[in-house]
Design a protein around this ligand. Sequence first.
Ligand code: 48F
Length: 262
Amino acid sequence: MGGLNEVTITRAIINKYFKKLEDNVEVDVAVVGAGPAGLVASTCLAKAGYKVAIFERKLSVGGGIWGGGMLFNEIVVQEEAKRILEDFNIRVSKFEENYYTADSIETVSMLTAKAVQSGVAILNCITVEDVVMRPNRVIGLVIIWSAVEMAGLHVDPLAIRAKYVVDATGHDTEVVRVVQKKVPGQLLTPSGEIEGEKSMWSEKAEQLTVENTKEVFPGLFVAGMAANATFGGPRMGPIFGGMLLSGEKVAKLIQERLKQES
Ligand code: 48F
C-alpha cells in the first residue's frame, strides 16, 4: 500500500476541479439553478448529447425539493408526471387517483445522480450575478463564488459562454430579473417586464408552468417556478409534476433550436 501525502490530495482536487470548470466555460446550454426543473432539463439535454452545465448558488442541490411541504419530506406528483420520476428510478406510491407521492430525499438524490451520470457538470457554490449579451441576445453568464457574494467582498466575477441559458432559479427568477434591468420593457412577456407570481392555485399553476416554459428573451428560456413568476402564473405549493414537465419541455425546445442551428 502506498503512502498518503496531503499535498497530493490537494493537487488532485485542484487539478480535477479546475479541469471540470475549464471544460465548462463554453457549453451548449447553461442552466441556472439545480432545483427539479433545472435537474430534469439538464439531464434530458445531456442525454441528447449536448454539453450542459448547471450553476447552483448553494452548497446543496435540489432547490425546494428537500423540504416537501412545510418540511414534511414527501412530495406529490400527478399522473402525467409520474413517468418522469420513474425514468429517474425514483419510487412512487399511489395516494389516490391522480395523486402520487415520493420521498423528497430520494427524489433529490436520484435526480442529481442521473444528471451527473448523464454528463451534466454541476458547479455548486457558484452564483450567477449577471448575463453576457451581444447585443440583443443572451450569450453567457457572469459568475462569482457564492462565498464572495455572501461575504460581500469586492471581487470581479468571471464569465462563461452558452448557446442557450435556462433560468431555473425558482420564485426569484433571478436571471430574467437581471435582463429586465439591462433592457427594460423588452422581455417576450405581455408587458415586456416580469409579470410576477400570483397566489396559490395548484391546478392552474401546474398547467401554466408548462405553458409558460418558453423563451423570454433571445437566448434565454425560463423553466419551473421561474416560468410562472416571469409570465404571471400562480404558485402551486408542494406538487412537483409541473416542475418536472417544465424541465422536460425546455430541454425539447432548446434541442429543436440547437438542431436547426447545426
Ligand atoms: O426553487 P427551486 O427548487 O426551483 P424550481 O426547479 O422548483 C420550484 C420548487 O422547488 C418549489 C415549487 C414546487 O411546487 O414551487 O418552489 O423552479 O430551485 C432553484 C435553485 O436555483 C438556485 C437556488 O439556490 C435553488 O437551488 N438559484 C437561485 N438563484 C440563483 C441560483 C443564482 N443567481 N445563481 C445560481 N443559483
